[in-house]
Design a protein around this ligand. Structure first.
Ligand code: IPE
Ligand code: IPE
Ligand code: MG
Length: 234
């Protein structure tokens, strides 16, 4: 492959449908989804990817039945407990993007522990987008910017540049997304990384997230490799 994306973002969709197809409950689908993350991390290291953003729970996912929401956060805690040593030993850095409001304390402390422990790692950054919504992020960034101008006693009405604004996004300092992948056939963005995907190449696949393996990633990367990116130029 000639070009490897600097930042891939994945809308990991289809856990529920995968479970239904197997005659299992939705929680088992999310558990299988967590296993697919293991495989993605292994392949990402193999291909030398530097930044991977994973949509794990959206600001809209609170609309789901409370028991499903609970099980997703429990699985997250389990994921971190089981994998943190291995993740750390591979030089993976964990980042969290999203609002801290409403995330159960136990899940927050798990994610904080993972972020803290891996903060010096440099091989691959895995950005867990948890309680993440792009509209929430943009408003959060605006408020952050105003707040920091206030505390620095700077002119609140001074012109805002993209460069200054970006510093307040949850994803800062990750580079823009080069490749956005959505599994499970839906062709929509569902409030994911609206700012960061401005010039991303988009790849949709019918594969359900738990079935997304190394060869599915290779297909996506090969497709990306064939794209001609123009960024508005000629
Ligand atoms: C994606 O799978 C995981 C989360 C949104 C947490 P879904 O749970 O949305 O699976 P489907 O879309 O119902 O198949
Ligand atoms: C997007 O999937 C969110 C995550 C993968 C975490 P959804 O299943 O929530 O998206 P919609 O509701 O189909 O748009
Ligand atoms: Mg879904």
């Amino acid at each position: 492959m000639k070009s490897i994306p600097k930042h891939i973002a994945v809308i990991m969709d289809g856990n529920g449908r995968w479970a239904t197809k197997q005659g299992l409950n939705r929680t088992e689908g999310h558990r299988a989804g967590a296993k697919a993350i293991d495989s993605l991390l292994t392949s990402s290291l193999e291909f030398g990817l530097q930044n991977v953003s994973l949509y794990a729970f959206s600001t809209e996912n609170w609309k789901r039945p409370i028991l499903e929401v609970k099980s997703i956060f429990e699985l997250l805690i389990e994921f971190i407990t089981d994998r943190l040593d291995d993740i750390h030993s591979k030089g993976i850095r964990i980042k969290h993007s999203g609002s801290r409001n409403r995330i159960p304390k136990s899940a927050l402390s798990s994610i904080d522990r993972a972020v803290e422990r891996t903060s010096k790692n440099k091989t691959l950054t895995v950005n867990f987008c948890l309680n993440y919504g792009a509209k929430d992020e943009i408003i959060h960034a605006m408020n952050g910017l105003i707040q920091s101008r206030k505390s620095a006693k700077k002119d609140l009405l001074g012109k805002v540049t993209e460069k200054e604004f970006e510093k307040y996004l949850y994803t800062y300092p990750l580079p823009p997304v080069d490749l956005l992948i959505r599994t499970a056939g839906e062709q929509r963005i569902s409030n994911f990384l609206l700012w960061q995907i401005a010039y991303a190449e988009v790849y949709f696949t019918k594969t359900l997230w738990p079935d997304f393996d190394r060869s599915a990633l290779v297909d996506a990367l090969q497709d990306y490799d064939k794209r001609i990116r123009k960024f508005g130029g000629l």
